[in-house]
Design a protein around this ligand. Sequence first.
Ligand code: UDX
Length: 439
Amino acid sequence: MNVAVVGQGFVGLSLSVFLASKKIHVYGVENNKKKISILKNGKPTFFEPKLNNHLQKCLQTKNLQFIDSLDSVFNKLDVIYICVPTPNKKSSINLTYIKNVITEIQTLLNRTSKKPLIIVKSTISPGTSKLLVNILSKNNKNNLGTDFYFTVNPEFLREGSAIDDQFNPHILVMGTEEIKSKNKIKSFYDKLYSEKISRIFTNYSSAELIKYSNNAFLATKISFINSISNLCEKIPGANVDDVAEAIGLDPRIGPYFLKAGPGFGGSCLPKDLISFIDVYKSFDVPSTLLNSVKNVNERQLEQILKILENKFTNFSGKTISILGLSFKENSDDIRESRSIKLIHAILKENCVINVFDHLALENTKQVFKNKLVYCNSIPECLKNSDCVIIMNSEKDFKQISKQNIQNMRRPLIIDSRRIIDEKIKKIPKIEYVALGVNN
Ligand code: UDX
């Protein structure tokens, strides 16, 4: 079986290595030539646990090959996955990349007798699948169910566990509107995935909505607990983690996505929330709840800025250390990272900012150039600093040593995730402030 995966970003590359390790012959298609040459050398273009090993194995077995266009292999292809980005643009999503790929496939379809199954993984707004099928069947030259098959199959993987999520997804959502496409995707996935994984067969619009609703619900849970967290800070004795633990034990609520902190970031939740609000607007339905979810998230950093304002009347000559730059631990991804937004805000205060992250220093340098002090370790980042802000739950940040803290000019710790060890909090003279607790 020959499969092409168009777009070798997070979703596309992890999908490619998954398929190739299932002994499918995979063409990873990517139009960025620089990226291709890095991938051909067995190096992923971003950090993701387990990806490196898988990529190298797939290249050794020759089950995965990287190419820059569909053209040369099109007449061999049984399945074509579309994993290109669909970023936000003003008031709707930007479909330029996906339309370009679909238009290219439409042209290539005329040159082959192959009838590929086209699987859209990219996040698309309701109505997009219909539009794409119309492009593919331009002037009725190619017919759905005869000349090609089509399904919208949204992706739910998380960065940091992308490989495990590929091998063992919690769900398979398949949107089709014609029986042969449905049978094709069903039999392909029956061979690929365990029968224990839930399957949802639905139409295009519902499949498109499922992805947005899923991410919007996760975002809602986070903004909900963050708004409880802000209240806890005002109520003597209150602790958001106790509240979250208890409500999370109600099976109707569940324990996940109730970790209060500086807000959600990353390449998906913020982007998809904005796109979903645009979908509401386009159908003239009020998006009151989602607007609030977005507002709570955007304002969450103010909690940290307020603490800084209380602690420092004058920032001049002060050094602020920031631990954790990526949007979540164990990642080098700084897209929509709360740390990056926080740094932009603090930079206005004319102070020195020391930063440290195990994986995301290089990406952060691209954004801030020489405006920050880039440190290679926790001790270096904390030395002679007036305050350290912990931005994600990286395990090393939980156990900053007593020595590191004593080397600070002022031992002020702002813990946005409440991860610091109890014994550290007991060090004499330490000033410990956490989000979500009444300090
Ligand atoms: C998310 C979705 O989880 C995934 O299903 C979808 O396919 C892509 O978007 P990802 O962006 O990898 O995945 O990260 P996720 O683990 O969901 O975290 C998103 C953000 O929310 C991070 O900034 C994280 O720190 C924050 N978060 C998450 C919280 O603040 N509290 C929580 O309880 C959970």
